[in-house]
Design a protein around this ligand. Structure first.
Ligand SMILES: NC(=O)c1ccc[n+]([C@@H]2O[C@H](COP(=O)([O-])OP(=O)(O)OC[C@H]3O[C@@H](n4cnc5c(N)ncnc54)[C@H](OP(=O)(O)O)[C@@H]3O)[C@@H](O)[C@H]2O)c1
Length: 362
């Protein structure tokens, strides 16, 4: 048993804060931070996992050590790994440096670790406490956890609409519904995602750039999901100097002659159907922990029906588009009873100038 002091919470919060510095760069890995105290409780080192392929947080903090860590304490927001990946196991480092106490916020859902790291530490005679600041750690690494549990990427869907709930005019025009600040905010959101998905029709109608405007380098992967492959010869997404682009098509319906229109440099993958969960699964396999769905109503509806979406982001602008034929954010979910409709949770509201931003979870 380890007695918890207020200072333990403080150091774990610091580890979580350090972990968050890796946001947008660690996938397929989690965001992890570590703090080391000496045997007298003084801070002697800290580190975080800055990027996939770079040392893990624990290794980083041991590399940064300024004093002897023997009989010291380490705080880490995720269970230390015990397998040889691109970098050596962190459990071995903790043991070899003579650490006496380990505070782990949450277990690693990765099947190669999942409790084994904690067991190895305990077997080595180290006192281990699990569960400090659990909620914060789960929130920070929700995408990594989701991918490991479901084999699919964590999906966040975003749309912009008018006060009368329209995402575009009858003729497909939708630029711009929201104000400049809301659009800049979307660029910064993109920087936190591994991939951004649109459907073929949004590519044809809007020809978007889908970048973070340089906030994240390299930019997130841009993904076009198409049933027909009937994509234009010219498109902003074909310029892969800015960001990588992946076209994913349904092999059961697409006309493969259209593949000729897609320039070299653009990645192409086929799926056996148009079920968006196959796309989510493909992107997870490619190492995407999270995906930002910026599609129009048809793909948005299919993606929600398929269970690809865990969170929703809505921008509401003080405009009225009107018209029964203007676009809704979604097509028909075929609900026939109010008991069937989606009840959203944890809804938060904020103002972006005169736009309203709403965030909810399913
Ligand atoms: N205001 C906003 O926030 C916002 C955001 C995005 C888009 N839009 C507007 O939305 C309009 C496009 O709407 P859309 O509904 O056609 O959007 P979309 O994002 O293009 O999605 C539909 C397209 O996705 C592809 N697709 C692949 N699998 C699918 C599946 N299972 N279910 C449905 N589609 C699948 C198809 O492409 P192929 O046709 O190539 O086979 C289909 O035409 C544009 O006018 C755009 O301006 C508005």
């Amino acid at each position: 048993m380890i007695d918890i002091r207020i200072s333990d919470v403080k150091w774990m919060k610091r580890a979580i804060c350090l972990a968050s510095l890796g946001k947008g760069r660690t996938s397929p890995n989690p965001m992890v931070g570590a703090v080391i105290l000496d045997k007298n409780g003084n801070l002697i080192s800290e580190g975080f996992h800055s990027k996939a392929g770079m040392p893990h947080a624990e290794a980083m903090s041991f590399n940064n050590l300024k004093k002897d860590a023997t009989d010291g304490t380490i705080y880490v927001n995720l269970e230390p790994c015990c397998h040889q990946g691109k970098t050596p196991p962190c459990v071995d480092k903790i043991i070899s440096f003579g650490i006496k106490k380990v505070f782990v916020s949450i277990k690693d859902p990765d099947k190669r670790v999942s409790g084994k790291g904690i067991k190895l530490l305990k077997d080595a005679g180290i006192k281990v406490h699990v569960g400090l600041c659990e909620k914060e750690s789960q929130e920070l690494n929700k995408s990594f956890i989701h991918r490991n549990i479901t084999d699919n990427a964590f999906g966040v869907m975003k749309w912009a609409m008018s006060m009368d709930g329209r995402v575009g005019l009858k003729n497909g025009q939708s630029k711009w519904i929201t104000n400049k600040d809301s659009r800049s905010l979307v660029h910064s959101f993109r920087a936190c995602f591994d991939a951004i998905v649109i459907g073929g029709n949004t590519l044809r109608k809007d020809d978007p750039l889908l970048t973070s405007r340089g906030i994240r380098q390299p930019e997130p992967l841009r993904v076009v999901f198409t049933k027909t492959l009937d994509l234009p010869e010219k498109s902003n997404l074909w310029d892969c100097k800015l960001a990588r682009t992946l076209v994913v098509y349904d092999a059961s319906t697409a006309d493969k002659r259209f593949l000729e229109r897609i320039p070299k440099g653009v990645d192409i993958e086929e799926l056996s159907s148009d079920n968006p969960i196959l796309l989510s699964n493909l992107l997870a396999k490619k190492g995407c922990n999270n995906v930002f769905w910026e599609c129009g109503p048809k793909l948005a509806t299919s993606a929600i029906k398929a269970g690809c979406i865990q969170e929703l982001m809505t921008f509401i602008a003080p405009k009225i588009l009107g018209g029964v034929s203007s676009m809704n954010p979604f097509s028909d979910f075929e609900f026939t009873d109010m008991d069937e409709v989606f009840n959203l949770n944890e809804t938060e509201f904020s103002f972006i100038g005169d736009d309203i931003f709403v965030k909810s979870t399913f």
